[in-house]
Design a binder for this molecule. Structure first.
Ligand code: ATP
Length: 722
């Protein structure tokens, strides 16, 4: 695999450059490292997806699981345009740290700040997190996966053609052209290779033009050349676009190692080194560990932190002491933190939640402080970045020997400050409006349309597989032959009912367990997409119902079309009505399966619950047992099959030829010689059923509605992705 094309920004080439006629001018953010680099970026980076350079600062991050400290007091800073590498032996806490930085784990102590603002829900959704695992729908091709991601995550203001063109370009620059029509695949079906999946993963995330990228082991599974190219691309991307990039790496080559700007070395969840990558060898030298010439520094430092306990302790102690040296990043000093604290407290107490100060909407603050340590604009380039348009409020206060003045500025009408300034914390002031527009890149209707289509496309190979077709046709023919052209007489009554009961229970089980088994892998994808703020859960949920509906009803309908005429065809109306109830029963069963799948994280538990419920439903359905003890009668009303089965009997036995009484009839109406035919009411009475057709239908619809709503509530409130 070669990633050698103009991936992102190699040389002077532009990142993701669209054909000339698609070029648009854009305002490029500036960063500490990158001052207004000329570019012709695609429309994505226009105001539709404003990119704000982000400074990530995390201080004293600790994370404990079951009283085991996974991370202890980890601090670090990474600025726009920089690449921070998190390294350390396996199990040292790299992924856990990335999960914390992405806001996916709750810290036990410490702070994570983006442009001095606490990591909150709004920020979380702006972070691009490329997971170590590649989570996709296995049956979709790479192109389909990227196109759906683009349709969902790029704003509605871009046309369908523009989004597709953007996908084309991403495929091109990530050198995925040859495998774009290959399915993603999984452990059963072969699809993309590991490296291709990795690039596909990155491609999906890059679509949104993120400001902060967290990548967990992006080079794992890649050969050294591909790994180098990928890292080089990320490096260029970070530098030229002012992106903030954090990567975890296991054992980088020397070339890759020197691409990093900063290094955070972890050892047993503690900091073994944080600082410039070029100074790490000196640091180890000072500890008394000298690197041999021509040795790969990455290998060297990893060997040291994998050494004896005594050696580890020595390194960790030296890293702790380094915090008190003058060259330790001032962003990690308590004063810096306190200033931010002050600002946050200030915002909380002075700003209304809608981002207004005394009726004036604020877009940014400017902070000035009079402190010998932080007085230069070089130390605080951001302090010069906000252009005050109108001073709304100013306040000076004194705290811990520092004087802080906060000036909130009013946004000039129609002017987006972010585009002309390097990113500076908007804090909570701009969050409300901003949130709404960013949170959902597309409107509900777009999400619904795209997700319905994707659900249909993703579920079709699974639900309408060749095996399922063979099974359906074979069963339809078998059932038709077994109950072929039954006579309408009492002796055949049990067989006719048998066909109905078999049909309803078979499709109930098929739909229920189909939904149950397909949901856990789907949940992974949905959770990943929900965490990245791609769409509303309600849009997904509705789309799932609608998108899968044609697939859910196709096979039962085929079964019915084959088997019912073989049983005996009375009228098109009876045929259609029976089909209607069979399908309704199938959809209800699917809803229950989906609900159980959503509730249970453990597959074994969900299978046990489902087996119990579906078997109980059959037992109380009215066919297998007619003399149900009165104290167990209530169970009948929980059986979904019961209602569909009753209705099918009502329809079947009310129309066409009557069921003739047997000479030795079991029915009182026949024994009394009052009639030679068995009325439908008498047939149902034997089963203890009393509800009319409309009531059974209503109960089935209520089942459908209740389980669908419960499924939504569970996903919304109890199984939220974390
Ligand atoms: N939820 C958890 N419960 C118990 N232990 C956990 C949990 N999450 C992480 N750990 C433990 O924390 C340690 C760090 O795990 P983490 O996955 O962050 O390591 P890593 O450095 O990313 O490892 P690798 O390089 O092998 O991927 C491991 O010892 C792991 O077993």
């Amino acid at each position: 695999m070669i990633i050698s094309k103009d991936l992102f920004l190699l040389g002077d080439q532009d990142y993701l450059r669209l054909p000339k006629d698609e070029k648009r001018t854009m305002v490029r953010p500036t960063s500490a490292k990158t001052q207004r680099v000329e570019s012709h970026l695609p429309c994505l980076q226009h105001h539709h997806l404003p990119h704000r350079p982000l400074e990530l600062v995390f201080t004293n991050v600790s994370y404990v699981v079951d009283k085991k400290a996974i991370l202890k007091d980890i601090s670090g800073v990474v600025k726009p345009g920089e690449l921070l590498a998190v390294m350390g032996p396996s199990g040292c806490g790299k992924t856990t740290l990335l999960n914390c930085l992405a806001g996916r784990l709750k810290l036990d102590s410490g702070n994570i700040r983006l442009n001095k603002e606490r990591l909150n829900k709004r920020w979380k959704r702006r972070i691009c997190y490329v997971l170590q695992q590649d989570i996709f729908f296995p049956d979709l091709t790479l192109r389909q996966t990227l196109e759906y991601a683009a349709m969902l995550r790029l704003p509605d203001s871009l046309s369908h053609a523009q989004k597709k063109q953007y996908v084309d370009h991403i495929i091109d620059v990530l050198d995925l052209t040859n495998c774009q029509e290959t399915i993603i695949g999984d452990y059963i079906k072969r699809g993309l290779s590991g490296g291709e999946k990795k690039r596909a993963n990155i491609a999906c995330e890059l679509l949104t033009n993120p400001s902060l990228m967290l990548l967990d082991e992006p080079t794992s599974g890649l050969d050294s050349h591909s790994a180098y190219n990928l890292m080089l691309s990320l490096k260029k991307y970070a530098e030229k676009e002012g992106k903030t990039v954090v990567v975890t790496v296991h054992q980088p080559s020397s070339q890759i190692f020197h691409m990093f700007d900063r290094l955070l070395l972890l050892c047993n969840g503690e900091t073994a080194y944080f600082g410039d990558v070029n100074k790490v060898v000196d640091f180890f030298n000072n500890v008394g560990l000298t690197m041999m010439p021509h040795y790969n520094p990455a290998d060297f430092i990893l060997e040291q932190v994998k050494g004896s306990e005594e050696m580890k302790e020595k390194i960790i102690t030296a890293a702790r002491e380094a915090r008190f040296r003058p060259n330790y990043p001032q962003e990690l000093m308590p004063e810096y933190f306190n200033q931010s604290m002050y600002l946050n407290n200030y915002h909380e107490s002075h700003l209304h939640s809608n981002g207004h100060i005394g009726g004036v909407r604020c877009q940014c603050q400017r902070e000035l402080w009079n402190n010998s340590r932080h007085s230069t604009s070089q130390n605080h380039p951001s302090s010069e970045m906000c252009v005050p348009v109108a001073v709304a409020i100013g306040e000076t206060t004194e705290s811990q020997g520092h004087v802080y003045t906060t000036i909130a500025v009013k946004e000039e009408e129609g002017k987006t400050l972010w585009q002309d300034t390097a990113s500076h914390a908007s804090s909570s002031v701009s969050s409300s409006d901003d949130d709404v527009s960013w949170q959902w890149p597309t409107c509900f209707w777009t999400q619904f349309k795209v997700l319905s289509r994707r659900n249909f496309q993703e579920a079709r190979p699974r639900m309408l597989s060749t095996l399922n077709w063979v099974q359906t046709v074979a069963l339809g023919v078998m059932a038709g032959l077994l109950w072929f052209q039954l006579e309408r007489k009492e002796e055949s009554l049990h067989d006719i009912q048998g066909w109905m009961f078999f049909s309803t229970t078979y499709w109930m089980l098929f739909a229920h367990f189909g939904a149950l088994s397909s949901f856990p892998p789907e949940r992974e994808v949905i959770n990943k997409e929900r965490l990245s703020g791609a769409y509303r859960l309600s849009a997904y949920y509705l789309a799932k119902m609608v998108g899968e509906l044609p697939l859910t009803i196709t096979l039962p309908a085929v079964y019915h079309i084959i088997s019912y005429p073989m049983l005996g065809f009375h009228s098109p109306a009876v045929f259609a009505t029976l089909l209607g109830f069979l399908l309704l029963n199938t959809i209800v069963a699917q809803s229950v399966g989906f609900f159980v799948g959503a509730c249970c994280m453990d597959m074994q538990v969900s299978i046990t619950i489902s087996a119990l419920y579906t078997l109980a439903t059959q037992l109380f359905g009215g066919y297998l047992a007619t003399n149900i003890p009165p104290w167990l009668k209530w169970m009948q009303y929980l059986s979904m099959v019961h209602y569909a089965y009753q209705n099918m009997q009502i329809v079947e036995f009310s129309e066409g030829e009557w069921i003739k009484c047997a000479p030795q009839s079991k029915f009182d109406v026949c024994l009394n010689n009052s009639t030679t035919h068995i009325p439908v009411a008498s047939i149902l009475e034997v089963q203890g059923a009393s509800l009319p057709l409309w009531a059974n239908t209503l109960v089935l619809l209520l089942f459908l509605l209740i389980f669908r709503v419960l499924g939504y509530i569970v996903l919304r409130y109890f199984r939220r992705p974390k």
